[in-house]
Write a protein that binds this ligand. Structure first.
Ligand code: MG
Length: 341
């Protein structure tokens, strides 16, 4: 099996502000595996605060190359993916790129999309939220108007209480669609977090994502007992091993391929979360339609989707799953369903 990869920075359509920073592009790597005349596509998206870079991804791919070169049967994902995972700790996005490309190859070789191989109903894809980053009231107003086709808006909060309230008030001047809130660990004080959630609850807010720092599980459990809105873990969840300890702390988890090292572990996280009685959200980084289409294959299994990553970038190099009337829509193509434009 041959491996090809290249750096492909993703230019963002708008500067993207979250609790800790603002950025205008996201480093990413595009990757291809080729074997027996079939090419599978994968992608690693690496927001800088998560610690991976195009250099670390290239170094990881170089380590995986000999393993793939001696792979005679790429269908044996249960052999190949754990071997890739064991090459080095971390490198979740680089591992995801390989996992996505291998799943794409297998699906193409079988002539079936992954939603079909998993037995899922493509009519049961969820609506996706569309993210409004932290910005000035004028920009937030413009972005909210631009987001009119979407049925749920996701609001990034967590800089400070005054900015948080102003942002929600500004959006509510423009639209009454349901909101989800992502504090990105920005609320350090649990009593203040509770006051803010109580202020948000009557304003048609569905849930709060990662209100407190990722390691503050005791404070988050305290908050959950009192919160009128469900709490969803994002930064507190990285790999599948984190899921059991989140029961009783959060009401649900936000799974992203770039954290879970790809589709295989993401699918297992969903199964495990269901067994533990947790709600499931499927999220993304800013990504092309390659990784978004891969995630979309799992979307009929989840309660909420936040798969707007490809809508936030300029010049998407892939055509794949799209958002029609606010709903994730799966193309009837084999593999992950994405093709280069
Ligand atoms: Mg989040």
């Amino acid at each position: 099996m041959l491996l090809r990869y290249r750096s492909h920075p993703l230019a963002l359509r708008h500067a993207f502000g979250i609790a800790s920073n603002t950025r205008t592009s996201t480093p990413a790597m595009l990757l291809e595996v080729e074997h027996a005349g079939v090419t599978g596509y994968g992608e690693a998206s690496m927001p800088p605060y998560l610690g991976e870079t195009p250099e670390t991804a290239a170094a990881f791919f170089a380590r995986a190359e000999p393993l793939l070169a001696r792979t005679e049967d790429p269908f044996q994902l249960e052999e190949i993916l754990p071997a890739i995972d064991a090459l080095a700790p971390g490198n979740s996005a680089a591992k995801a790129a390989l996992d996505i490309a291998l799943h794409d190859w297998v699906g193409k070789k079988l002539g079936a999309p992954w939603f079909r191989l998993w037995g899922l109903n493509p009519a049961k894809t969820p609506v996706t939220s569309y993210t409004i980053g932290i910005d000035t009231p004028e920009v937030v107003r413009a972005k909210t108007r631009e987001a009119a086709p979407y049925k749920i808006l996701k609001v990034k909060l967590g800089r400070d209480a005054a900015t948080d309230r102003q942002l929600v008030t500004t959006i509510r001047e423009v639209t009454d669609v349901p909101l989800t809130v992502d504090a990105n660990q920005g609320w350090a004080d649990r009593a203040e977090a509770l006051r803010l959630i109580e202020w948000l609850a009557p304003q048609n807010v569905l849930f709060i994502e990662q209100p407190m720092p990722k390691a503050a599980l005791d404070d988050t459990a305290w908050l959950r007992e009192r919160s009128p809105l469900p709490l969803i873990a994002d930064e507190s969840l990285q790999r599948i091993g984190d899921v059991p300890r989140l029961r009783g702390v959060f009401d649900g988890i936000n799974i992203k391929l770039m954290k879970s090292t790809g589709l295989r572990e993401a699918h297992r996280c969903i199964v495990l979360a269901r067994a533990l009685g947790l709600k499931v959200m499927l999220g993304c980084m800013t990504e092309t339609s390659c990784a978004i289409s891969a995630a979309a294959q799992l979307s009929p299994l989840v309660d909420w989707a936040d798969l707007d990553g490809a809508l936030l970038i300029k010049d998407d190099p892939f055509d794949g799953a799209c958002i029609l009337d606010g709903k994730v829509t799966l193309p009837d193509r084999p593999g992950i369903g994405a093709v280069p434009r």
